[in-house]
Ligand binder design. Structure first.
Ligand SMILES: [Zn+2]
Length: 476
């Protein structure tokens, strides 16, 4: 079976074909290029934001599990109205302010066992790429200036509204347009570039000084990193309109080529059945919940337990159930560890493992159905527990079962979860990077091999090559 994902643009669940040209073997595909809208670093991110970020991580991990190569970027929005207002209020520079919240965000995602992405561009470091889009749109007469700001003229991009399927009349009447206080020719138009206001940070570009509108940031960073059409763009459903609609308009109008092949959107997280809001008292940051004694591990489990296209209702009862499910998994691991029987292998075990991996892959291939995959996993635990009860299992069998669970946990990331505060090192990840490096060397790709060594060195891991292979150790 092929991996299928729901594409918001077509409204269909489609086979993933990276690069747009079908290949017989997954490893022949070029790396899947993914861009995820990242956080605006003006405050602590809330649990709803983390549903999206955990989903991005799941997508990345599952693609690798299926043998795809992946190149994943997620931006940091470090300039907008909220960050500027926050820095002003705290009496520090925008850079100082956003760096503080970027650091907090990185700590939070690490505690949720979200793997680092390959690229994390910052909006303020991508101004040149924004200027390039502006220049092209001006040359094509799609952008216009008013009072020092630059706007996108939606009337000149007839495909506008295809992603969100908003009623054209609704867009035309300006019922739902991007709210900002600047002058525009048409209520639907949105600001690409904002005139510099006194006391606000601004950047000099060949097109004049000012600061970026939010939408252009993502279009620019995608162009800067990937150069052209990307495979997947992700974000929460609340970003479909106007943010993603505007990204498509700017990028396709500027460069005259398709922007994104697959748009994937994850649903809202409700809290106690309602939208999160400070006034309802149901607004939780990750740190609030951890402060109440719940582990990030159980939060990760809960966020992955529902299909990403379904609304998920977050409650503390749900979190307790997540803890109970994890306890069941932990008890199962303990039982496996306790098997000391040196007898011959039970031939049935191989079949059970094969069936388990194949069923779980089927569920996940079906638009990343994590709820179904978890069901398969608990059935598996149940079946193996019965075999342990009847004593028809050897130490060797237990090892095979461990190996299978390890593979599955490369996707889930909550089974062999360690509190990252105690130990930052993930041996499985290091081993897999060492393997990747050996493969690169074998292919005489020494640049890549050196990059991997340098990445690990930055994390305090030293590689030692010998004729028997590569060993690693922690820097003292
Ligand atoms: Zn974005």
């Amino acid at each position: 079976m092929a991996l299928k994902i729901h594409n918001t643009l077509s409204g269909l669940t489609e086979e993933l074909i990276p690069g747009g040209i079908k290949k017989e073997i997954i490893s022949d595909y070029p790396p899947v290029t993914i861009y995820s809208c990242g956080p605006t670093v003006y405050s602590y991110a809330h649990i709803g934001n983390f549903r999206t970020f955990v989903f991005n991580d799941l997508l990345n991990r599952y693609l690798k599990f299926r043998g795809f190569k992946v190149r994943h970027a997620m931006n940091i929005t470090d300039v907008d109205d909220k960050t500027i207002a926050g820095a002003k209020k705290d009496g520090i520079t925008l850079k100082e302010y956003t760096e503080k919240y970027t650091e907090i965000f990185l700590e939070d995602i690490k505690s949720l066992n979200i793997h680092p992405v390959d690229e994390m561009p910052k909006a303020t470091e991508s101004i040149d790429a924004m200027a390039d889009i502006l220049k092209r749109l001006e040359e094509k007469d799609i952008a216009y200036r008013k009072d020092g700001s630059i706007y996108f003229s939606i009337a000149k991009f007839p495909q506008y509204g295809r992603l969100s399927r908003l009623d054209q009349r609704e867009i035309k009447s300006g019922l739902r347009y991007d709210t900002d206080s600047y002058e525009k020719e048409d209520a639907r138009d949105f600001a690409l570039w904002k005139a510099s206001a006194p006391g606000e940070p601004s950047w000099d570009t060949p097109l004049g000084s000012g600061r970026p509108g939010w939408h252009i940031e993502c279009s620019a960073m995608i162009r800067k990193i990937f150069g052209g059409t990307i495979d997947i763009h992700t974000g929460g459903v609340d970003l479909i309109f106007p943010h993603h609609e505007n990204e498509i308009a700017q990028s396709e109008a500027a460069y005259g080529e398709r922007f994104v092949r697959y748009w994937i959107h994850s649903e809202h997280l409700l809290v106690d059945g309602a939208k999160m809001s400070k006034s309802l008292g149901n607004f939780h940051t990750l740190r609030d919940i951890v402060g109440k004694g719940y582990s990030p591990r159980s939060i990760r489990y809960l966020l992955l337990s529902a299909h990403y296209k379904k609304q998920l209702n977050f409650t503390f009862d749900g979190l307790k159930q997540a803890e109970a499910a994890l306890e069941r998994i932990d008890n199962f691991i303990i039982r496996l560890n306790d098997i000391k029987n040196e007898n011959q292998s039970n031939p049935e075990i191989d079949n059970i493992i094969m069936e388990f991996i194949s069923k779980l892959t089927d569920r996940m291939d079906d638009d990343l159905n994590t709820a179904g995959a978890l069901g398969v996993f608990f059935d598996y635990i149940h079946d193996i527990n019965s075999i342990i009860d009847s004593n028809k299992i050897s130490k060797n069998d237990a090892q095979k079962i461990f190996d299978a669970i390890n593979r599955i946990d490369s996707v889930f990331g909550f089974i062999f979860y360690k509190d990252k505060k105690e130990d930052d090192i993930d041996p499985a990840r290091i081993e897999s990077l060492i393997k990747e490096r050996a493969e690169a060397k074998a292919k005489k790709d020494f640049k890549k091999a050196d990059e991997i060594r340098d990445t690990l060195q930055k994390e305090g891991i030293i590689l030692e090559d010998s004729k028997d292979g590569t060993r690693w150790k922690k820097k003292k």
